[in-house]
Design a protein. Structure first.
Length: 114
């Protein structure tokens, strides 16, 4: 089991925890346009090696259109590489924004939302 800590601008932090069966990516702070490129690169490297990735957005305080778009891109990339992507978020602003963009329904419809 390995745990990594990555810090990005705007007080955004990501921790990854890998086990033989899954990789958990826990995000903290604001998921905005200035950090999505870096986070997307990290996620793409995980998709290549993991069979199951859980993105935990419970500690994300803000997500903008770039962040929501990146989640959609990650979902498509994961599916095309044979990886399951699960998304977890608590009730609140982030969940509401994912509902408005209908991204939440994609995760729910396909059983990939926790």
């Amino acid at each position: 089991m390995a745990t990594n800590l990555l810090e990005f601008p705007s007080s955004f932090t990501v921790t990854t925890h890998s086990s033989p069966t899954e990789t958990t990516v826990k995000c903290f702070g604001q998921l905005t346009g200035e950090v999505v490129g870096i986070l997307e690169d990290e996620a793409r490297s995980l998709i290549q090696t993991a069979k199951l990735i859980e993105i935990d957005l419970g500690a994300v305080t803000h997500i903008d259109a770039s962040g929501a778009s990146m989640l959609a891109d990650m979902y498509v990339s994961a599916k095309s590489d044979g990886c399951d992507l699960q998304c977890k978020c608590e009730d609140g602003l982030v969940k509401r924004k994912l509902q408005v963009t209908r991204l939440l329904s994609v995760f729910q419809e396909y059983g990939q939302y926790l």
